[in-house]
Structure formats: C-alpha cells, structure tokens
Design a binder for this molecule. Structure first.
Ligand SMILES: Cc1cc2nc3c(=O)[nH]c(=O)nc-3n(C[C@H](O)[C@H](O)[C@H](O)COP(=O)(O)OP(=O)(O)OC[C@H]3O[C@@H](n4cnc5c(N)ncnc54)[C@H](O)[C@@H]3O)c2cc1C
Length: 506
C-alpha cells in the first residue's frame, strides 16, 4: 500500500492487514502524526538521506518512509512487486542497467542459515532472519558472544556524518535510525544503555566547519543541532570548552547486552567455542567443518569481523585491520554529573555501574589485539584534550582494564555486505578489466551459491551493522530491501575483487 504524501495516522492504521505501508515524504518535512503517540514517537530518528524502515511500530507491519530522493526509485527496494497506490502514484524512473557483478544472484529458499560470528553484525543478521521465521545457527570461535570488536564495555551509537550526500552519510543516517529503533525495541528497560544524547564536539578546525554546515540542516534538527559551549555544558552537566553538534537520540550502550538480546530468539541456536575451519558447497548445502564437528546449512553468512582475513571463502577478499583499545575508569563525584556522551578525537560515556568507558586508540595495519599500557596512556592523554576537568577528576588506578580489539575495514571505508562472488572464477570471467576497466562484459557473475557477508564496519559498526544484517536477511528471504541501489552497489563485496582485477594491470 503506497501514498505519495503522508496520510493521517487514522488512515494509515486502517490498513492493518497489509505487511508493507509505504509513505513518500515531502521535501524535508516529517508527517504530522501528533494525534497518534506511537507513530509520532517513531519519527524521532527519521531522516531525509536514506529510506526509513520502521519495524515494530505497527503490529506485524513495516512502515517505509521514503525521502524524495528515493521515491522515484521504488524498484530499488521493492523490485517488481505490485504497489497499490492510495493516491496518484509517484512516477517511477527506469532502472538503469547494472554492472554484471552487482546483480543479485538467483537464490534458493532458506532452510537453515549458518551465521559465522556472534558480534553485532552476526547477532543482527541472525535476529533479522529469525524474525522472518528462518532457523539460524550462529557459530563463534570465542567462549562468549561480543568478544572481539563488539566487546567494549560501552560504545556510542550516533552517526558521524559529512554534510555531503555521500554513500557513507546515507548509510550512517539510515543505519543509525534503524539501529536506534532496534535497540529500544529489544532492550526497552534501558538498564544497559543510556539515551541522554551524544555531544559531538568541535575539537579541531575541520570538525568545527563540518558541524557548522550540518547545523544548518534545520530539517534534521530533531536528529542533530548546533550548540554553543554554554549549551553544550548545560547538556553535558560538566563544563565543555567548545560548542558542537548535539545528537539528542544518540546513546551509549553495552554491546554485549545488545548482542545477547538479539541472539535470544527461539529460532536461533548458538554454538560457542566453535571455530569454522572450512566450508564447501556440495551442490545442495554448505558443509562446514568446525572445531566442534560438522554442520550443514542451506545458506552461510560470514560476520567474521577482523578475522574475516583468515576465514574460509571470505578470506579471499582484501580487508584492512585497525587496532583499537578502550579504557575504563571509576566514576568520581564530579564525573557522575556527566549526562551525555562526549565525542571528539576520542569519546567518553556517562558512568554505567560506577565506571566510564573512554577511548579509543586507532592504529591502522596493526593486528595485535592484546591490551597495551601504551594505548591506555594514549587514551588518558586524549581524554585530557577532550575534557581536562573530567581527566583531572579521575584516579587512573582502577582494577578494570579496557578492551583491545581489531576493527575490520575496506579500502573505501564502507562495509562489505551482500552475496559473495567466487573470486577465482571472477578473475577469469572479468580478466579483460585488467586491460581496460571500462571493457563491456556481459558474462553473469559467478557467485558462490547462497553465501553472504556482513563485515568491515570499521569504527561505526553499532550504527551500520544492524541495517546491513536486515539487508542480508531480506536478500535471503526475497523480501523488500532496506538499502537503495546506490548503497547496495557501494557495499557489494564484489567491488573489492573487481578493483583488484583492474589494478592488477598497473
Ligand atoms: C576499540 C573500539 C572502539 C569502538 N567504538 C565504537 C563505538 O563507539 N561506536 C561504534 O559504532 N562502533 C565502535 N567500534 C566499532 C564496532 O565495535 C565494530 O564495527 C563492530 O563491533 C564490528 O562488529 P562485527 O560483528 O562485524 O565484528 P566482531 O565484533 O569482531 O565479531 C566477529 C566475530 O566473528 C568471530 N569469528 C571470526 N572468524 C571466525 C571463525 N572462522 N569461526 C567462528 N567464529 C569466527 C569472532 O570470534 C568474533 O566474535 C569500536 C571498535 C573498537 C575496536
């Protein structure tokens, strides 16, 4: 069911038997659903860059709020599904021919999906599949979930965006809204997260200029707004020397609690201490050898984070690794008044259970994931720059240590998400691209059967991994896709292989 402009809340609620309700938004204006508290509250993270996919707002229905930039491209999301318009339809633009390696492969119906990795990407992917009634086994090599990059005691959920309409900005804004709603939905009691906002501080010239431009986006004032130093201090509850951008719905969260909750679903079976050693498709199913014996599944999804480099199949892709370490420090009488998270060159979260998390270090091409005193000192120095008063109030001698882990990144700093091409076969089929990157090739892309990846979330996985999990689940189930064609292509894992082929000529 589709509308070319927002209907009233009453009209919307009349269509309670329709699984997808699609509302095209006017330029930079939110619907007025003030007579319906649930619908109005659901608008708090709606944005005008990507599509807004609102699940769990209306019972058993998905509400799609489509900004004008996407309303003439509904096939990106809904394919050739028939739409019933309640208003005159929005005229659709023709779908442009896609590069062969960006086309979605044919897919079998899912019987049983194996998700490898129980960080936020694996948990969100498994949860999205289970919500669609698909049986999932999640395997992780570690003894507990959220052990690697998702293992920080507190992380921040907000969107560090540029003022330009880049794929990163679209993904971050739509991912942030999606993740924020998912968090509130699965952990409604808020014992393990705090929704008091994130202050993104003007910590250098570039950031000051960027925040000033973003602050001009009045239409996103419900998401982020510019604040002076005095306003920032008022919001934070401690003195803040610079102004910045305040993300009112931004929050800190304990990723472990979120991951555990996402995985606690009747359709999800979790196997820990279960290292995937090899995976082969036997023509019908994936046969997997693990440290706990053999498994099989109709589909496989690699959510293997920085260990993707060493994992079967997905290890064929080129990933970059960035070491990072957070620190924790005991709350003081002064630091207890910190209400919002502060983020600049580093971040600090309000106290949770008597401790603050702060950091994090950022060391590209360093694959040491052990805790280091040098990183602890670096975090303390950065905290002194971020907020000297907080820094002075702490006695850095607590018994709790921070968490060291590896971020997984791609060359273009976008996640790697979608159906996996067979890199060896692709190198043969598309070899001519090494001679001329514009060579016209019409051979279908040789994909691995029913194999997917959701990884390389870099420093922003709490915002980006959940919507990417929903995207992979929708692909597997043949459901409408929550990402625009631009993002589907920008995140497609095959881009990394094609880039390698093109660059092999030089
Ligand atoms: C120090 C630090 C601070 C950060 N702060 C923030 C923040 O404030 N906000 C934010 O949004 N993001 C932050 N990030 C980034 C974010 O944490 C990551 O993007 C996100 O956690 C990645 O999740 P993931 O599920 O892709 O990977 P991971 O959490 O690393 O999970 C991958 C899992 O796969 C398993 N695995 C790998 N290979 C195999 C195999 N062969 N068999 C079985 N299991 C396997 C691993 O054991 C692991 O559990 C931070 C990252 C770091 C390191």
């Amino acid at each position: 069911m589709a509308w070319n402009a927002p209907p009233s809340a009453t009209v919307l609620r009349q269509f309670s038997c329709v699984p997808h309700l699609l509302v095209c938004l006017p330029e930079n204006a939110l619907p007025d659903w003030s007579d319906d508290a649930i619908l109005q509250a659901a608008l708090s993270c709606v944005q005008f860059s990507g599509v807004n996919v609102l699940e769990n707002v209306l019972p058993n229905q998905t509400l799609w709020l489509i900004p004008p930039a996407h309303s003439a491209h509904l096939r990106d999301f809904f394919g050739e599904r028939h739409m019933v318009w309640q208003t005159p339809p929005v005229e659709q633009k023709p779908v442009l021919a896609e590069k062969m390696w960006f086309r979605q492969p044919e897919m079998a119906a899912p019987q049983h999906v194996i998700v490898v990795g129980a960080g936020i990407a694996g948990a969100a992917t498994a949860h999205a599949l289970a919500q669609r009634g698909v049986r999932v086994t999640v395997v992780d090599a570690a003894a507990r979930v959220a052990n690697a990059a998702s293992g920080n005691r507190q992380g921040l959920l907000y969107a560090k965006i540029s003022p330009h309409n880049t794929p990163q900005t679209e993904l971050l804004l739509s991912g942030y809204g999606y993740a924020r709603r998912l968090l509130a939905n699965v952990l409604p009691e808020r014992e393990t997260w705090g929704a008091s906002g994130v202050l993104h501080i003007n910590h250098d010239k570039a950031e000051t200029a960027r925040n000033a431009l973003l602050a001009q986006d009045d239409f996103h004032a419900h998401l982020y707004r510019g604040v002076t130093a005095a306003q920032a201090s008022e919001l934070a509850g401690v003195p803040v020397a610079q102004g910045g951008l305040f993300w009112a719905q931004g929050c800190w969260l304990n990723p472990l609690a979120w991951v555990e909750q996402l995985l606690s679903h009747q359709y999800i079976d979790l196997k820990l201490n279960c290292h995937l050693i090899s995976a082969q498709h036997d023509g019908e199913n994936w046969q997997m050898r693990t440290s706990q014996g053999a498994f099989s599944g109709s589909h496989i999804v690699f959510c293997t984070g920085a260990s993707s480099r060493h994992a079967p199949i997905v290890g064929e892709l080129p990933f970059q690794i960035i070491r990072g370490q957070t620190s924790v420090v005991r709350e003081t009488a002064f630091s207890g008044s910190l209400k919002t998270a502060l983020s600049g060159a580093s971040y600090i979260a309000p106290a949770w259970g008597g401790w603050h998390t702060f950091g994090a270090t950022f060391l590209p091409n360093n694959d040491d994931d052990t805790w280091r005193n040098s990183d602890e000192l670096a975090n303390q120095n950065e905290l002194a720059n971020l907020n000297p008063q907080l820094h002075q109030s702490f006695a850095f001698s607590g018994s709790l240590k921070g968490h060291a882990a590896l971020r997984c990144d791609a060359h273009d700093h976008l996640p790697v998400v979608g159906a996996l091409g067979n890199s060896t076969a692709m190198r043969q089929v598309y070899a001519k691209l090494a001679l001329d990157k514009n060579y016209r090739l019409n051979a279908p892309c040789p994909h691995y059967p029913n194999a997917f990846v959701n990884t390389a979330h870099g420093s922003r996985g709490l915002a980006t991994a959940p919507i990417c999990g929903a995207y992979v689940a929708a692909m597997i189930c043949g459901a409408p896709l929550p990402l625009s064609r631009r993002l589907q292509n920008a995140l497609n894992p095959n881009r990394l292989i094609i880039r390698q082929i093109v660059r092999s000529s030089s």
